[in-house]
Ligand binder design. Structure first.
Ligand code: NDP
Length: 307
């Protein structure tokens, strides 16, 4: 089918594709999209339907086994009555599933435990913290500027949020976690991880989702290995469970349950979401850079037809 892109999702993994030479200059950049069907030879889709697919950074794309520019990945119908269609690349999409898999499946926090999440106001982080609140946990966010910290506590109802820009990050985080940390959702790495390490409780769990602080670092060949080396002695001493998170591994097993739960939570306001919409495909490179540098606020997406 031929589809017209409406929203393009910008995600930090796209930087990794560049870096690992999965993409070279002149090729279409990878990107998950919300699109509308223009013409279809696929029986499950009709003209006018809204779909989640992978058109990449382009205004139109072909979807179908063997004809998509990118690996044919989990296209699905979007029900516009369920929620705004943009949520299919956000809270009701891979991003929400990432949070759900990391918190529910991997960290499985119990009521009363302390859960910490980095990049707390971002696309994944904001959902992680709210799911942990639904589990009855004390939730502490780590974010950049004061506005983001204020949003995380005042709007999303986290118990506390500390700034990684503060020179007192280790002390501030320790004060916000008086009973230590039972589960940590890692989006960032670097000095944020350094501040988390001494606070990890025995048998705590970590979901290693991403290491965005390392994504522009040319000297870091394998950020994951460097991260594991940094944490190794603490992991052994405290018997910490580390779970690598790859959202694609949870689609077959957890997507249906996730969509049912999350649609309910969004509908009744138990999960809120903040999007950062950049109008016009031309803005994609600027928006992408801003996201990696913390210049975004919420889930970053591009309104493709909006220039
Ligand atoms: P975000 O919306 O969270 O944007 C990235 C955020 O990272 C920025 O807003 C900024 O927030 C923070 N950041 C950037 N540089 C630094 C730094 N040096 N130190 C501390 N914080 C920094 O992006 P997403 O929600 O899309 O992605 C979050 C993470 O999830 C990423 O690591 C990504 O790779 C990962 N991911 C992994 C998946 C998987 O399957 N494992 C799937 C989807 C996402 P602030 O201003 O608060 O510092």
């Amino acid at each position: 089918m031929l589809t017209r892109t409406i929203y393009l999702s910008l995600d930090p993994y796209q930087w990794g594709r560049r870096r690992s030479s999965l993409e070279t200059a002149g090729e279409v950049c990878h990107g998950r999209t919300v699109s509308q069907v223009v013409e279809s030879n696929m029986p499950a889709y009709r003209e006018g339907d809204f779909v989640f697919n992978t058109n990449g950074w382009q205004a139109y794309g072909l979807t179908g086994e063997g004809i998509s520019v990118f690996t044919y990945m989990f296209p699905r119908q979007i029900d516009p009555a369920l929620a705004p269609i943009s949520t299919a690349i956000g809270v009701l999409g891979m991003l929400g599933l990432t949070a759900y898999a990391g918190v529910y499946v991997q960290c499985a926090p119990k009521a009363g435990e302390t859960v910490v999440v980095s990049a707390a106001s971002g696309g994944v982080g904001q959902i992680v913290g709210q799911i942990a609140k639904l589990c009855g946990c004390r939730v502490v966010g780590i974010a950049g500027i004061p506005n983001k910290c204020a949003f995380v506590t005042a709007v999303l109802d986290f118990d506390a949020c500390v700034s990684h820009k503060s020179p007192d990050l280790p002390e501030a985080l320790a004060a916000a976690c008086p009973d230590g940390i039972d589960a940590y959702f890692e989006n960032v790495g670097g000095k944020v991880f350094e501040a988390v390490l001494p606070l990890l409780n025995p048998r705590s769990r970590i979901s290693l989702c991403g290491l965005v602080s390392q994504y522009g670092n040319p000297s870091s060949d394998d950020p994951h290995e460097a991260w594991r080396n940094q944490g190794q002695s603490t992991f052994q001493r405290q018997n910490v469970e580390v779970h690598q998170l790859v959202v694609g591994n949870f689609v077959a097993t957890h997507q249906d349950a996730f969509l049912a739960d999350m649609a309910d939570w969004v509908r009744d306001g138990r999960i809120k979401y903040k999007e950062d919409l950049w109008p016009g495909l031309r803005q994609a490179p600027t928006a992408f850079r801003a996201m990696l540098e913390g210049g975004n606020f919420g889930k970053t997406l591009v309104g493709v037809g909006e220039d």
